[in-house]
Design a protein around this ligand. Structure first.
Ligand code: PA5
Length: 446
């Protein structure tokens, strides 16, 4: 379902080098499939599309139905990183662009919190909550992450104050580790319904676990279709070959990085609905590959808007980047440009054409211009932007990430660097147990 086209890189890479990197990527593919590489205790995501049990979806639907019966119209989904971006990317990609303004009432609005420490954001979240019928999903695999814990403390208090403690237990669902962590302890004590993040699935690979599935179901989207598309992709990628799209993608991006000094990969989309897909992808690749002094820096643009901001740099600035375009071949809506008798805007040459025709020519024109400007172009394409194709894209990029990181020679499944800021933050906030670090950091700041 997902196709990869590397032709826009070939003039830069050369076929001999590409063949060499295809071989490296195939070896990495074998490592991932055999499951004997670094971080191999975090490979539980590989078969989620084909092995997710129906009763998990049914349990999520039971929460949806209970909250619907209570008239819930606002779900606050609390989480950060992998406990946030997957659900948001799917919900944004499948939602009507103006769903908030149209205010369709068939599903509650899902909003996100716990992904920042902005006092204004949280105060304004509580302003919104005060006007709505609220429930909350709190998601943290470790159960100890500060940002979601702070947001949850506020939201829990709000729900308890508004609906009473007993009712709060029916309006709060936790998704966390099966046995450990503060969130697990709290959920058991408060009697919250809980869903489990499997031990062998890391945060950024967890979109097809309850971490993504529950918020997606609550937002009213067809998670079975997402899993169906992902399962088709799982089967497609099971064929070992140099034409395997994950192998092609991993081979070319590693070649561009290691041989041609292309240090930045820009994910390009032409549909604003894919903005959070790029955010999800940036976390997936940034956290999986950026370590040991290596890694391609993942960036993103949404065209054509960003052609009028980042376009100049991409065309003529520092030559350190390549682009991966997410190409959606067919729009799901049709809008045709009309004729104007006076033609004052000079656009009658477009009359009768679809907006999509203009978009495709903008995409092609940009691709050619950027190749001329020294920016290699890859294309990852799907037929249309629907639940099944989105599922396929999610699985494709997860699998390709494993192949690519092994090709690069790093462990795709750890993120030791994330701890550094936390240690400083806790020391600065004088968390018990951090006394030594607090003294050291204060000295450093003198
Ligand atoms: O990919 C990861 O593992 C991380 O980005 C985590 O998802 C993120 O740090 C949040 O962790 P947790 O779910 O434990 O709160």
């Amino acid at each position: 379902m997902v196709k990869v086209d590397v032709k826009g890189c070939q003039g830069f890479a050369g076929s001999e080098k590409y063949n060499e990197y295809l071989k490296k990527a195939l070896a990495a593919y074998d490592t991932l499939v055999r499951g004997d590489g670094a971080g191999n205790d975090f490979l539980g995501w590989k078969h989620l599309p084909t092995e997710t049990p129906e009763n998990l979806i049914a349990d999520c639907e039971a929460v949806r139905d209970l909250w619907k019966a209570k008239g819930v119209d606002l779900v606050i989904s609390i989480g950060i990183g992998g406990s946030y971006l997957g659900a948001r990317c799917v919900i944004e990609a499948l939602s009507h662009s103006f769903s908030k303004q149209l205010r369709h009432k068939d599903a509650p609005e899902v909003v996100f919190a716990g992904n920042n420490l902005s006092e204004e954001y949280l105060a304004e979240l509580l302003d919104l909550a005060a006007e709505r019928n609220v429930a909350s999903v709190v998601i943290s695999k470790s159960g100890t992450t500060t940002e979601p814990a702070v947001a949850f403390r506020l939201v829990k208090q709000f729900i308890e104050d508004t609906y009473g403690k007993k009712e709060a237990a029916e309006r709060i669902v936790a998704i966390t580790d099966e046995h450990k962590g503060a969130l697990k302890t709290l959920s058991t004590q408060e009697g919250y319904r809980t869903f489990i993040v499997p031990d062998d699935v890391g945060g950024r690979f967890s979109v097809l676990t309850p971490v993504g599935i529950l918020p997606i179901v609550l937002a009213g989207f067809d998670v079975r279709a997402i899993l169906r598309g992902a399962a088709e992709e799982e089967k497609a990628l099971a064929a070992k070959s140099e034409a395997n799209p994950a192998v092609e993608y991993a081979a070319m991006r590693n070649l561009l990085y290691s041989e041609l000094g292309k240090r930045v990969e820009i994910m390009v989309s032409y549909n604003p609905k894919l903005q959070y897909f790029a955010e999800w992808w940036k976390q997936l690749y940034g956290e999986s590959e950026g370590k040991d002094g290596k890694g391609i820096f993942p960036a993103s643009v949404t065209n054509t808007a960003d052609l009028h901001s980042m376009g100049q740099f991409i065309q003529e600035g520092e030559r350190v980047m390549f682009e991966t375009v997410i190409a959606v071949e067919n729009a799901t809506r049709e809008v045709t440009i009309g004729t104007d008798a006076e033609n004052l805007d000079g656009l009658n040459f477009l009359a009768g054409k679809r907006v999509e025709d203009c978009g495709k020519m903008a995409t092609l024109g940009t691709k050619l211009a950027h190749i001329d400007g020294g920016v290699p172009q890859m294309e990852v394409s799907v037929d249309k932007l629907d639940a099944a194709n989105l599922g396929a894209l999610l699985y494709f990029f997860e699998f390709a990430c494993g192949v690519s990181a092994y090709t690069l020679g790093v462990n795709p499944f750890n993120q030791p660097g994330v701890e550094a800021y936390k240690k400083n933050m806790f020391a600065l906030l004088e968390k018990p147990g951090y006394e030594e670090a607090t003294a050291a950091i204060k000295k450093r700041l003198q």
